[in-house]
Design a binder for this molecule. Structure first.
Ligand code: PMV
Length: 318
């Protein structure tokens, strides 16, 4: 083949972020309307370029990503070459096109890595098993973010909401309809700093880690049952409680708190920051008939972009 293509989508964490790093469960949602496509192909650029890779990104939201991502993607490509026992061509050109905003807790780096892994597999005519794709994305994620739980790597290729724990993922079947509204605060989040901030706090205060992880696990378990048995109000209230947990740990921002407040005032079932924090996005759960008003209020409170993600996809939604 002369060109290989791979695709992946964004994700939002519903509950469990940060605690998932310490082995607690997390619930994550695919965001299928935000996608990234990678194309991989060979070119001949002379002997100096042998075995080298060049990256090009199109679509402005992904452009800043490339300067930061090329080290992690190079590692992914090296790992792919070794584990799949394929031979390098003369010069690998990778084109990345996508609309997932970077640094907003929407899994842009994992989605780019998955798209590249799938494009390489397509180029070489090999089929990647799901665990092989996951391992390759994790290789890139660990370079980009330090230690990462793997929740992003799983969800950017998943067709349905997932319960993720200790590397394993299980598809969830929501028992009710509802819409998640994802709102971008416009401020780049800082996942690595947030993970470090929490870890430093746990080291200073004995018992804090157990309390945080215990409370997070309880809220995520309750939310999972509410989701399965179709109790959206209860699911929403766990979201808001989880926001309070993250806010108390210093991981929210004034801008995000204002968005959470606006979503609750507009009648959402619940709202919280999503992802690494210290900026980025928030999510609110609303009844379908409320979603328009919630979205309007979020924009009035400073959201720069919003996306509506149904709890159930069209196949189950009917
Ligand atoms: O900010 P994001 O989308 O990369 O989400 C990070 C989620 C954390 O739980 C904070 C870290 C992790 O590795 O799970």
């Amino acid at each position: 083949r002369s060109v290989g293509i791979g695709r992946a989508h964004a994700k939002a964490i519903v509950l469990g972020e940060h605690a998932v790093v310490y082995g607690a469960p997390a619930i994550a949602l695919p965001v299928p309307q935000l996608t990234v496509t990678a194309s991989a192909g060979w070119s001949c650029r002379g002997p100096d370029d042998l075995g080298d890779v060049s990256f090009t990104s199109t679509g402005s939201p992904s452009r800043p990503l490339m300067t930061q991502a090329s080290a992690s993607l190079r590692r992914l490509i090296a790992e792919f070459t070794t584990t799949m026992a394929v031979t390098d061509g003369p010069h690998l050109d990778i084109l990345i096109d996508g609309a997932i905003p970077h640094g907003r807790g929407l899994g842009s780096s994992a989605a780019v890595a998955r798209a590249v892994a799938l494009a390489l597999a397509d180029l070489h005519g090999v089929r990647l098993a799901e665990h092989e794709a996951f391992d390759l994305v994790q290789t890139a994620e660990n370079v980009a973010h330090g230690r990462s739980s793997g929740v992003d790597a799983r969800t950017v290729g998943a067709p349905a909401p997932l319960l993720f724990q200790a590397g394993e993922a299980e598809e969830l079947k929501p028992g009710c309809d509802g819409l998640f509204i994802v709102a971008d605060s416009g401020v780049v989040g800082r996942t690595k700093d947030a993970v470090e901030l929490l870890r430093a706090g746990f080291q200073r205060h004995p018992g804090a880690q157990d309390r945080f992880v215990g409370r997070a696990t309880q809220l995520t378990d309750e939310a999972r049952h509410a989701l399965a048995s179709g109790r959206p109000e209860e699911l929403g209230s766990r979201l808001t409680d989880y926001h309070e947990l993250l806010r108390a740990a210093g991981l929210s921002t004034q801008g995000i708190d204002a968005l959470v407040e606006a979503a609750l005032d507009a009648g959402s079932h619940g709202a919280k920051i999503t992802g690494g924090g210290l900026g980025g996005c928030m999510i609110a759960l609303a009844r379908p008939e409320q979603a328009g008003e919630v979205t309007r209020r979020l924009h009035a409170a400073g959201a720069v972009q919003t996306w509506v993600v149904p709890l159930r996809g069209p196949a189950e939604g009917g």
